[in-house]
Design a protein around this ligand. Sequence first.
Ligand SMILES: [Zn+2]
Ligand SMILES: [Zn+2]
Ligand SMILES: [Zn+2]
Length: 318
Amino acid sequence: MPELRREAILRRWVAISDPPAIETAEGCPFCPGNEARTPPETYALREPPGPPNSTGWQVRVVSNKYPFFRLEGGMAKRAEGMYDLMNNLGAHEIVIETPDHEETWPQMELRQLENIIKAYRQRYMELRGDPRFKQIFVARHNRRSAHDYHNSLSHIVTMAVIPRRIDEEINGTLDYLRRKDRCIFCDIIYQEQRDQTRVIIDTESFLTFAPYASRYRYETWVMPKGHLPDFARITDPQISDLAYNLKTIYTKFQKALDDPVVSFILHTTPLQEAYREEYHWHIELRPRLERQPGFEWGTGFFINFVAPERAAAALREA
Ligand SMILES: [Zn+2]
Ligand SMILES: [Zn+2]
Ligand SMILES: [Zn+2]
């Protein structure tokens, strides 16, 4: 079933999947002791070392039991009457970020956050070896509070197509480069450091700030200061610095915004022939606040009722 259907008017690809509801009747499938209820692990950190798929792990990565991608075969582009569709080729892995069912980023040791980012890097390095794949994302939606589902999970999503959003960012990057001969992301960092009003956290290797034209209330970007197209090339010292930025901004969201659900997406260069040295990887964060206006859904036009300068000030003080 997992397939990509093309919306005929705007020519947008939509992933259609219809998985069964996840059974949590026998408890959380991601908690220690339930390793047999997930597909075999693709990565785990165990200190002290132990056999695969046993307990005693600090971070564990498994394939999604109900993938919205197919790993086997090709894309099989085809038509259904006037409509276009193809197999949704790709991979979907779940990073179980902690053995603790309820622990979230504000409570976690920095060391544990570093372990999670290292798991992203390790899986990224491995998945990029498959020539069918063009783009890898890390996505994450923390849970608000205790739940029958593990609180701290992230998703590594590998796709055989480059999604429109990345395509648009790359076009913007190349257009700016042609006009000014500079990286637009590097210029944004320089401008934000000069203005200061939208900066939330400023460390040696990363800048965390509210973007100038934030689409969503309290939207926040975390960006490496050096020109780095490819997340996979992140170094261990940069991982420590990123862990500090993420823990700090999630703690600030929790304090200033009453512990919201936060959507997290990591944007990095596409792979293979689409690899872009000009791109500059970054993380975009969006607290999911109540009463988000639905205007954008109907018009494609965003309205934001909190000025980014006010959002940044509130988060700096939190
Ligand atoms: Zn759990
Ligand atoms: Zn740059
Ligand atoms: Zn982006």
